[in-house]
Write a protein that binds this ligand. Structure first.
Ligand code: AMP
Length: 395
């Protein structure tokens, strides 16, 4: 696989698939520019070589073509400021005008294309659309790990039209870090799985059972386990049809000698609200009308101890409804414990994207763990052992 470091971009127009799917407020201001910051090294290397950049991305989920709310024009000014270059904009990602702008681009210049998903062909992986996009650059760089699990036109299909297909720095770091966890984990290796549903995480949990020493299970998915084991869970989150599966996971873990650690107490609420009444209840004894929304203090201490002595930590999914400050205590405590293990015990800590990344960033610990992935679904699929179309297209 060609990498950014091994390639000289002098005089080349690099068509880069980036992930600029950033959150915007009602004034179209960026509220979290992590994804833009992540890809700056790739852009800077290309410019420093004497190349030019054509940036293509999606933003949001536009349904019916061009939509003001999802226009990438909102990113022109912030990008120009961050990069210190006046960024040009093509208000259509294909067509004559984009082609003219791209082909007259000079070394050191940057052209941003309008939202790829204004064309339905993007998500359909349309070959003709991919070919039209490919005419805009001399080389294709894929730096959008977050969409690498999708076989879209710009993330995968486009690869066939280029001789030079280059793996961007973000993509490379994501693959390297995931590989380190999967193939070279120092022991004890602890995976912390949280979030809402077992069904979303089952494949990765099964794969991890072959790799980890400890599997901590927290968040909403714990209640399906508790119920399956005969406990009372009140109106906590339940995937009724996954109870058999939960018991099977426990059986497999035992057979493989994996230490499963589950909550022993829970912070319960009488409504799904930050201001609900709260009480701490032992696992399996949640009264009717109450629901578990966070792990309790004894559980925090139990989980902290396991994390403290780990040398490799993979964390995916919050320990509770961390969007409500009153139920974010467990998630914050685990974030702190992961930071401590990283800084004091030299552990390698990888935080899965999506909600776990938001949780650790919101708590202000993003730069105190080993790596925060930019890809939620993509990371999970990579770790499940699936081939990602966006990575395969770089071969
Ligand atoms: P996931 O995308 O599967 O990682 O799930 C993240 C979501 O799980 C977050 O929006 C959390 O609010 C939610 N969640 C975590 N714990 C619970 C819980 N005990 N009850 C309901 N939702 C939860």
């Amino acid at each position: 696989m060609k990498t950014v470091d091994s390639y000289n971009f002098a005089g080349k127009r690099a068509l880069i698939r980036v992930d600029f799917n950033v959150p915007l407020n009602e004034k179209f201001e960026i509220t979290d520019d992590t994804r833009i910051q992540a890809t700056l090294p790739t852009i800077r290397k290309i410019l420093a070589d004497g190349g030019s950049c054509i940036l293509m991305s999606h933003l949001g989920r536009p349904k019916d073509g061009p939509t003001e709310k999802y226009s990438l024009k909102h990113l022109i000014n912030p990008l120009s400021v961050i990069l210190g270059v006046s960024v040009k904009f093509a208000d259509d990602c294909i067509g004559e005008s984009a082609y003219d702008q791209a082909t007259t681009l000079q070394p050191g210049e940057i052209l941003l294309l309008e939202n790829l998903r204004f064309y339905k062909q993007e998500e359909k992986g349309d070959v003709d659309f991919a070919e039209k996009l490919s005419k805009l650059g001399d080389v294709w760089v894929n730096d959008a790990f977050g969409t690498a699990h999708r076989a879209h036109a710009s993330t995968a299909v486009i690869g066939q039209f280029f001789e030079d297909r280059i793996c961007g720095y973000v993509m490379q770091a994501e693959i390297d870090n995931a590989q380190r966890i999967l193939e070279h984990a120092e022991r004890p290796f602890t995976a912390i799985m949280g979030g809402a549903k077992i069904s979303d995480k089952i494949l990765i949990i099964e794969r991890l059972l072959d790799k980890v020493d400890n599997l901590i299970i927290g968040g909403g998915m714990t209640y399906t386990f508790t119920k399956a084991l005969g406990g009372k869970i009140g109106k906590s989150l339940l995937e009724a049809d996954k109870q058999e599966l939960a018991l099977e996971i426990l059986k497999k873990a035992k057979a493989k000698g994996v230490n499963i650690i589950m909550p022993v107490d829970n912070v319960c609420a009488d409504a799904f609200s930050n201001d609900a009444n709260r009480q701490i209840v032992a696992t399996g004894q949640i009264p009717d009308g109450w629901e578990g929304l966070d792990i309790g203090p004894e559980t925090i201490a139990l989980f902290e101890e396991v994390v403290r002595t780990s040398k490799t930590i993979l964390w995916n999914g919050p320990m509770g409804v961390f969007e409500f400050p009153n139920f974010a205590i467990g998630t914050d405590a685990i974030a702190k414990a992961v930071v401590k293990a990283t800084e004091e015990n030299g552990a390698f800590s990888l935080i899965g994207g999506g909600d776990s990344a938001s949780a650790i960033n919101n708590a202000g610990y993003g730069d105190r763990v080993s790596y925060v992935s930019t890809g939620g679904g993509a990371l999970l699929e990579y770790m499940e052992g699936k081939e990602l179309p966006g990575v395969a297209a770089l071969a």
